[in-house]
Design a protein around this ligand. Structure first.
Ligand SMILES: Nc1ncnc2c1ncn2[C@@H]1O[C@H](COP(=O)(O)OP(=O)(O)OP(=O)(O)O)[C@@H](O)[C@H]1O
Length: 492
């Protein structure tokens, strides 16, 4: 159990209450009193207020010594950060330090880390202030639900007490605490809310902090429920997903309730860019594109949202640049752009069967994937070698993993000037760029379209998911085929 103690009134009260057995913690599995011998204190000296910071550290050291509590002090230094980023960075550093301490304590004691808890001294007053701050800045249910009572292993057991109550508790106990002078500066939004807005609201309702707390609890539960609904809705309208890419069915998104649709957009972006902080205007701009059936929006962290051919795609900058390149062994597989996988396998044409109708049957079985079946002999391998390799594949021999001495295909992306002979065009050639355009491949996906060739710079056998090439098609006399499949990773 790690208590996070700054030395301010709230965390000093938390420490004292935990030591004197006056503190119950509800970690979601019921209320429990904390055993004193499980208590450990963490203080982070951020060195942001010169001597005052060192004074806080000395105070916490003294408090822990007097109460007989083990203490860990961490030091943090920050450079070149403005006020807002500084506050967030300091918070990140504190929680990271707490998680490290928990890990260390779990290791020492041999108990599972999941049994550990990090306790902070956030109060009903902190929660109400955060609610008003977020309301002033503009926020949805997630922001208005303010500081949660618990998240993962972080528990906030003082959320039903106000700062004033804790100050009185310390006064009665004769326990001093540290005052942070910067807390008086009302140019900071939190201090403005604390010293100006909250007292005004308390004139009408002295219990305003608790009333707001109740609203936060309700909003928090509703927010969690709505998030679940949105996650389910997002799953059902996701056409494709990979690292840095999510493609949604635009019509299904347009049909969703706007309250869910907004969350779907946020969730989709979070999947590929967890750091991207979307504002309301971003979400509305994306939904406006969905309604119009066209357009694109530049989102934070370089994420691109784009409507194309009935899909809404979100892409990170790295995804936009990526086109998988390399050898695809036969049989074998290879991850390609767009969270998909290319697979290859030999198919031997049984004696007395027609390769063309066999190929047609294999293509029809494609399911969630797209299939091309090509004549292995067209790749330039002697039929004797093909027979041997296919035999190896059947018996699972390692030689069948393709490689330099096996059958393999080269995979890359479309190159300038690429030309192919699309299947069904009687050998007439066509520019690859025209073909991809006619196939309505979304603009942002074009660079990542996998192009399967006989060798680097060689003839195109298949533009995955778009069209196969006439020169590699099966004939009634083909005896060995290569089945190529492209499908989303995870689909079977
Ligand atoms: N320097 C720190 N070291 C360890 N824990 C901290 C530190 N600063 C804040 N915390 C923890 O985070 C909680 C919320 O931080 P916040 O900045 O609101 O607190 P504070 O006003 O500095 O101190 P207090 O809550 O003790 O009055 C604190 O109650 C405390 O549990």
């Amino acid at each position: 159990m790690v208590l996070m103690v700054s030395g301010g009134a709230d965390s000093t009260a938390l420490t004292l209450m935990a030591c004197t057995g006056e503190l119950d913690i509800d970690d979601g599995r019921g209320c429990a009193r904390i055993a004193r011998e499980r208590l450990h204190v963490l203080h982070v000296n951020h060195h942001l207020r010169g001597e005052a910071s060192d004074g806080d550290e000395a105070f916490v050291r003294d408090l822990c010594e007097r109460l007989g509590l083990p203490l860990c002090v961490e030091h943090a230094h920050f450079a070149d950060l403005d006020g807002r980023n500084l506050e967030a960075a300091a918070r990140d550093v504190r929680y990271a330090a707490a998680r490290r301490y928990v890990r260390e304590l779990s290791r020492q004691s041999g108990t599972p880390r999941t049994a550990a808890r990090i306790l902070t001294a956030h109060t009903a007053s902190d929660r109400a202030e955060t609610f008003f701050m977020n309301a002033i800045k503009g926020s949805g249910a997630a922001g208005l639900s303010s500081i949660p009572r618990r998240r993962n292993i972080i528990v906030r057991p003082l959320m039903d007490r106000t700062h004033g109550e804790l100050v009185r508790y310390l006064q009665v106990a004769g326990q001093p605490w540290r005052e942070d002078e910067s807390n008086r500066d009302t140019s900071y939004l939190r201090n403005f809310v604390r010293h100006r807005l909250m007292p005004l609201a308390a004139e009408r309702n002295p219990g305003v902090a608790r009333s707001v707390g109740a609203a936060c609890d309700i909003l928090g539960d509703e927010d969690a429920f709505m998030s679940q609904l949105a996650a389910t809705a997002l799953r059902s309208c996701t056409r494709r997903e990979g690292s840095g890419l999510v493609v949604l069915d635009a019509a299904r998104l347009a049909a969703a309730e706007v309250a869910i649709a907004r969350r779907m957009v946020r969730l989709a972006v979070k999947r590929i860019a967890p750091e991207a902080r979307l504002e309301m205007r971003h979400v509305e701009a994306v939904l406006a594109c969905v309604a119009a059936g066209e357009g694109s929006v530049a989102l934070p962290e370089g994420v691109d949202a784009r409507i194309e051919f009935g899909t809404l795609s979100f892409r990170t900058p790295t995804e936009r640049e990526r086109a998988a390149t390399g050898w695809l062994p036969v049989p074998g597989s290879m991850a390609v752009a767009g969270g998909r996988v290319l697979e290859s396998a030999f198919v031997r044409v049984p004696e007395g069967h027609d390769a063309v109708s066999l190929a047609r049957g294999l293509s029809a079985e494609a399911g969630g994937g797209t299939v091309a079946v090509i004549d292995a002999a067209a790749l330039g391998y002697a039929s004797r070698d093909l027979q041997r390799l296919a035999e190896d594949q059947r018996w699972g021999a390692s030689a069948a993993q393709g490689g330099a001495d096996g059958v393999r295909l080269w995979v890359d992306g479309p190159a300038a000037g690429d030309v192919m002979c699309p299947l069904g065009m009687q050998g007439r050639s066509k520019k690859l760029s025209d073909l991809i355009n006619e196939a309505r491949v979304p603009l942002a996906e074009r660079a990542g379209v996998p192009v399967v060739r006989s060798s680097p710079g060689g003839a195109i056998a298949w533009v995955a998911g778009v069209r196969a090439d006439e020169r590699f098609k099966c004939t009634p006399t083909s005896s060995m085929l290569v089945k190529l499949t492209i499908r989303p990773i995870g689909d079977v």
